[in-house]
Ligand binder design. Structure first.
Ligand code: NAD
Ligand code: MG
Length: 330
């Protein structure tokens, strides 16, 4: 088993006299900044003046500065901007303000791994990546728990980059849940693979395809919605709690037999070939190039696909049905 690091393995004192600049105040930025403050650390938030998050950070009581000022002031510059804008902001406002002996850190390895940001040799570069969305990073922390994190060191100029990363993970509550060490390459490539093939891309296509097939065959869309989308949560909750075995134990014998025999015909050799091709494009940098160029072009493909997804019948019927599920809002 891979080693897990907990509170007792992390020394928060390493950060006591340092200033941490959280750049960006979105999902992760707001959560991590608030947790670090509540851990007693010195935090400044670096934002575009007049940008969307400026008032949110101020009203949370943050010390808000321009990105340049925050970078200048900081011993640790933690980049929590959207991945596709990080390299531009880094070049414009951060690169000339990093001092020797400081650290630059991330919650996802994309920009370092794909060489979009090339930091100077004399700074530490590490990653603390919570394996959950920002609202969970914050909520679990306030409840005395945390979200498990990945830790990676890309460059160890001080000889203390790993200890620093562990301390940072403790500051955001990660060591309460457990921290696993990885590399920038492994975190980036597995993260992209997971979200494309399984978690986001795979699951949504599975929902849409099974919904469409039922509706085309003449079944009511409401019934198809419950079957292909709504019930997914019940299944995933069981898997989350007790693995595949717990789920198979709780569903009927009919579901278990049907699922185990038919599932491999759906995710079959052809699907596996497509999954491997997705991994190949991630490893070769082809996906990264495509996404970086999409960002530079103001995301025309992403916007078109978002619109199409929004207009899908499973979304239309879902909106209608969920508005009647008063219990969902509790
Ligand atoms: P986000 O989109 O929620 O927040 C982005 C922040 O950057 C906001 O404060 C926004 O105002 C600011 N911003 C946007 N465009 C900007 C620009 N052009 N110039 C300056 N500021 C700009 O981002 P996020 O989802 O919190 O992601 C931040 C990092 O965390 C990414 O590296 C992401 O991969 C990583 N991460 C996210 C999650 C998640 O669940 N959202 C989980 C793990 C890791
Ligand atoms: Mg992920």
């Amino acid at each position: 088993m891979v080693q897990m690091y907990y509170d007792e393995d992390a020394n928060l004192d390493l950060l006591k006299d340092k200033t941490i600049a959280i750049i960006g105040y979105g999902s992760q930025g707001a959560a991590q900044a608030q947790n670090l403050v509540d851990s007693g650390l010195n935090v400044v938030v670096g934002l575009r003046e007049g940008g969307a998050s400026w008032n949110a950070a101020l009203s949370d009581g943050m010390n808000v500065l321009s990105i340049e000022q925050a970078a200048k002031k900081a011993d640790i510059i933690h980049l929590l901007l959207p991945d596709e804008v990080q390299s531009m902001v880094y070049q414009q406002d951060i690169a000339s303000n990093i001092s020797k002996g400081s650290a630059i850190s991330f919650s996802h390895g994309f920009n370092i791994h794909y060489h979009q940001i090339i930091p100077p040799d004399d700074v530490d570069v590490f990653m603390v990546a919570p394996k959950g969305p920002g609202y969970l990073v914050r909520r679990t922390y306030t409840e005395g728990a945390g979200v498990p994190c990945l830790l990676a060191v890309y460059q160890d100029a001080s000889g203390k980059a790993k200890e620093l990363g562990l301390a940072f993970a403790r500051g955001i509550g990660g060591t309460r849940a457990g921290v696993i060490e990885t590399s920038f390459a492994e975190e980036t490539e597995t993260d992209l693979f997971g979200e494309q093939v399984d978690l986001c891309g795979g699951v949504t296509e599975l929902i849409k395809a099974s919904f469409e097939i039922l509706v085309e065959a003449g079944y009511k869309p409401e019934i198809a919605y419950f079957e292909t989308l709504h019930e997914l949560k019940l299944i995933v909750d069981l898997i989350h709690e007790g693995g595949l075995s717990k789920m198979w134990y709780y569903v009927s014998n009919t579901a278990e037999y049907g699922g185990l025999t038919v599932g491999p015909k759906i995710i079959n050799a052809e699907s596996r070939k497509a999954m491997k091709e997705a991994l190949r494009r991630i490893q070769s940098g082809e996906f990264a190039r495509e996404f970086v160029l999409e960002g530079k072009a103001n995301k025309p493909v992403l916007r078109a696909l978002e619109k199409k997804e929004h207009e899908h019948p499973v979304e239309q019927i879902g909106k209608e049905l969920r508005s009647r599920m008063t219990w969902l809002k509790q």
